[in-house]
Each structure stands twice: as C-alpha cells, then as structure tokens.
Design a protein around this ligand. Sequence first.
Ligand code: SAM
Ligand code: DTB
Ligand code: SF4
Length: 342
Amino acid sequence: MSIPVKQIITLRRPCTPAPQASETGAERWSVDAIEALFELPFPELMHRAQLVHRENFDPTRIEFATLLSVKTGGCAEDCGYCPQAARYDTGVEASKLMDTADVLAAARLAQAAGATRFCMGAAWRSPKERDIEKVAELVRGVKALGLETCATLGMLEDGQAQTLQSAGLDYYNHNLDSAPDFYGDIVSTRQYQDRLDTLARVRSAGVKVCCGGIVGMGETRRQRAGLVAELANLTPYPESVPINNLVKVPGTPLADQPDLDLFEFVRTIAVARITMPTARVRLSAGRQQMGDGVQALCFLAGANSIFYGDKLLTTGNPDTEADVALLERLGMTRSAPAAAAT
Ligand code: SAM
Ligand code: DTB
Ligand code: SF4
C-alpha cells in the first residue's frame, strides 16, 4: 500500500524549535532552540523562513540602503575584523569628519540612484560632544531630503542618543557582532556589556535599533546561534538586523580566516528571519565574494535589505547596475521610498 505524499511530508518533518515565554511574558529564544534551527535539513529551514517572511513582508521587495563613511580610519579600538583600526596596517588612511555639503551631495546621489535609507558610519570608539553636534547637523540635512537616516558612531553616552533623535535620526547601527563567549577572542578594548549599554540608550531615546553581527570569524555554529539568541532576546528585538559575512582585509588579524561555507551564511539569514519575524534582515558585507546564486538564496531565506552602492565603508560592494540587474532577473523590486519629510 502506498503512503499519500502529504503524509510522507508530515512524517519527515523534524520537530519545530520555538521560543519559550519568560516570566515577563516576553518570548525568549534559548541557544539550544536556535541551534536546533541551524541543524534542520536545508529545505525545512528555508521553508520555515519563507513562511515567516511571507507572513510579515512582500517577499519580492528589497530595501536599498546606502552607506557613507563620514569619518574614516584611525580608530583606537582593536576589532580583529576591521580595516579602520589604527593599529593594523591595512592601507586605510585616517581622515576627518566630512563637511556637511559633501555628505548631502552623496545623499542626493544615493537617493537619485534609488536608495531609501542613508547610513553614515564613523570610525570612532565613541563620539565626543562636538562630534555629536556635527553629526546631528548631517542627520538634519539628510532627513530633510526625505531619506531615512541611520548612523553608526560607536558607543554613546547618556544624552547623545537623545541629541541625535531630536535631529531626526531614525536608526542607530551598533552591532553585537558575535556571541558573548566569542567576543573576547575578537575585540579586547571594550566589553560585550558596553555594546548592550549603548543599545539600551538608543532604545530609551526612541531611536530604532539596527543591530546584527559578522559570521565567518572562526566562531562555532553554536556561537552563531548564541549571537542570534542575543539579538532575538533584546526586548524588543532590533528593527534592522545586518548580517555581515567577514570581509577578509589584509593587515587585520582575521585576514587569513578560512571561508565559511556559504550555505551556513544562508542558514544564518534564515534563522534571523525566523527568530525576528518583523525585522528588516539585511544581507550586508561580503556580497561581492558571494555570487548571484547565494544572494538569491539569501533573499529566499528572508533577507529583505541590502547595502546599495559601489562601496561599503572602506571595502567594495557590487556595482549598483549589477544589483538592479539581479533584482530584475529575479523579478523582484526595490522597496518604495519613505514618505518625504515635511
Ligand atoms: N565604529 C563603530 C562601531 O564599531 O560600532 C561603527 C563602524 S563599524 C565599521 C560598523 C560595523 O561594521 C561593525 O560592527 C562590523 O559589524 C562591521 N564590519 C567592520 N569590518 C568588517 C569586515 N571586515 N567584514 C564584515 N563586517 C565588518
Ligand atoms: C553593518 O552591519 N555593516 C556595515 C554597516 N553596518 C556600517 C559596515 C560593513 C563594513 C565592511 C568593511 C568596510 O567596508 O570597511
Ligand atoms: Fe573602530 Fe568600529 Fe572598526 Fe571597531 S569596528 S575598529 S570600533 S571603526
């Protein structure tokens, strides 16, 4: 007697890892449950991620965010992945904070090319008061163009996030980057708790949180699950979750790190989608080394945002023409621009 196909599918479906309710009623993901997602057969994981994605987003639409390094290099921190740390010989030259007119010219170009979010990055451990005043001016200018604004400036003190919020900052990017038990292998000049403290200040100032991490730094799968658990258990979880594949820059301690299996990168995207259903999951650094096929798999896994523009902060990114062509080949479109500012 033959078994109906529907029954076979049900029989083969592995158990479904899920979050648990905490004492406060908020859902909490255990590292075990997230690791169990990573362990699912690839088709099962992709199917679950797609179900969650379609419940919350149009799966054919991708957000285009453009990055600009407004203050490059010369950073005092020792992040092992970063070409902008002054202590590594990476060929990145340190420069001062850009003039407002130059930043606004770049923002106008990004907008004309189709970006809807403009993210300004600065290679600071933490900004000084006068830096915050200058960045607030940049934020006001970019916001007035009708773009969503994002900044990533390092650790913030009390009151700094509030100043940025008043200037019109929509998002603050501050990544946890790895699991707590791996962080010390990658960065020694600050603690994981410092990152969490800044994220709390950003939240309480009413700025939306953009927070993700890097994979491919030599962490274990359980540590990738640990990173996702930290992100998913932030209350609330971040509105934007950038997932970066390590860009191996000569001169940094991680320059010779072996490649991560790209299916493991796709799995990380899928797990982020499942655990943070309404977040924008951004397929971030590393696209140039990935190829179109893997990028398409990331979109199927639930990524719905990319950095759009020929450069990230100091390293390369696919050409804008290539990104437009890729979406067209996939029958996908970019997300509509945010409503113009009044
Ligand atoms: N200095 C600020 C900070 O560390 O938060 C803002 C800029 S920092 C360059 C922003 C993020 O870029 C880092 O948290 C990390 O996730 C990412 N990043 C830096 N170098 C990278 C690399 N080589 N590959 C992938 N992501 C990288
Ligand atoms: C994020 O998560 N990735 C972006 C953005 N946030 C600031 C930065 C990627 C940087 C890659 C290395 C570089 O270009 O210097
Ligand atoms: Fe500095 Fe940020 Fe680079 Fe770390 S990641 S070295 S804090 S610019």
